[in-house]
Ligand binder design. Structure first.
Ligand SMILES: C[S@@+](CC[C@H](N)C(=O)[O-])C[C@H]1O[C@@H](n2cnc3c(N)ncnc32)[C@H](O)[C@@H]1O
Length: 217
């Protein structure tokens, strides 16, 4: 049984060939095959250790003929158009942006299923500025933890009107878990503002930015 965070992503995928970038134990890859959400999966990781764990789990599930492992960074392990779905989950938002920027041609030829652990606003901004359309977003909770799942593909999307919208997109307002996301953001911004106020060399610009966001929530 996978975590709700990973199940949420997996339930959106439906393709021939998926890539699980940063696969670690290949939990996403094996579940995609088990549920028939992908016919073939490329499970990739930049480090040999996690890739070994992935290989073991793939063997345990007798899925060697359906899942292949590749060692390498981000989308560089893929040929253009090879994977019709790319899952990048459990990484920081900035790293996800770096991975997409490094191989933007490959990113443009697939559907992206992104689950950033932080800096979700950076991911939204990156997608919009680089002509990706956010097709769908979801919120998923595991206890007190709140996660965002962002699905995007090549296409245009108008920038958000206000800065706060990059943190709390208006299209999520109707979501049953929106209140949880809102409270998480309140806590996050309050902590940053408090920290900045307490620091000796307070970054005034950053403080103004976060105070404004807090006032807009
Ligand atoms: C915290 S684990 C996430 C595992 C799984 N995707 C999940 O969501 O539970 C992050 C994995 O990403 C891998 N990773 C980090 N940077 C990467 C990169 N540039 N390309 C591919 N994998 C990367 C790490 O080695 C690690 O195994």
């Amino acid at each position: 049984m996978l975590t709700d965070r990973l199940n949420c992503i997996i339930n959106y995928v439906n393709c021939d060939c998926a890539a699980d970038i940063g696969t670690d134990h290949a939990y996403v890859a094996t579940e995609l095959i088990r549920l028939g959400r992908a016919k073939h999966v490329i499970a990739a990781d930049v480090r040999q250790g996690p890739l070994n764990a992935a290989t073991e789990n793939i063997k345990k599930n007798s899925m060697e003929n359906k899942i292949e492992t590749r060692l390498g960074s981000g989308l560089s392990v893929l040929k253009k158009g090879e994977a019709d779905a790319v899952v990048i989950a459990g990484m920081g938002g900035e790293l996800i942006c770096e991975i997409l920027a490094a191989d933007i041609d490959i990113a443009k030829e697939t559907v992206l299923y992104l689950q950033p652990m932080n800096a979700q606003y950076e991911v939204r901004r990156f997608l919009i500025e680089n002509n990706f359309r956010i097709v769908k977003e979801d919120i998923v909770c595991e206890g007190e933890r709140v996660y965002n799942v962002i699905i995007a593909e090549n296409g245009e999307r108008k920038p958000f009107l206000k800065e706060i919208d990059y943190h709390l997109p208006p299209y999520l307002k109707e979501h049953s878990l929106y209140e949880k996301l809102l409270n998480k953001k309140k806590r996050e911004f309050t902590k940053i503002v408090k920290g900045l106020k307490a620091s000796k060399n307070c970054d005034k610009e950053k403080l103004t930015y976060y105070e404004k966001l807090l006032s807009e929530i």
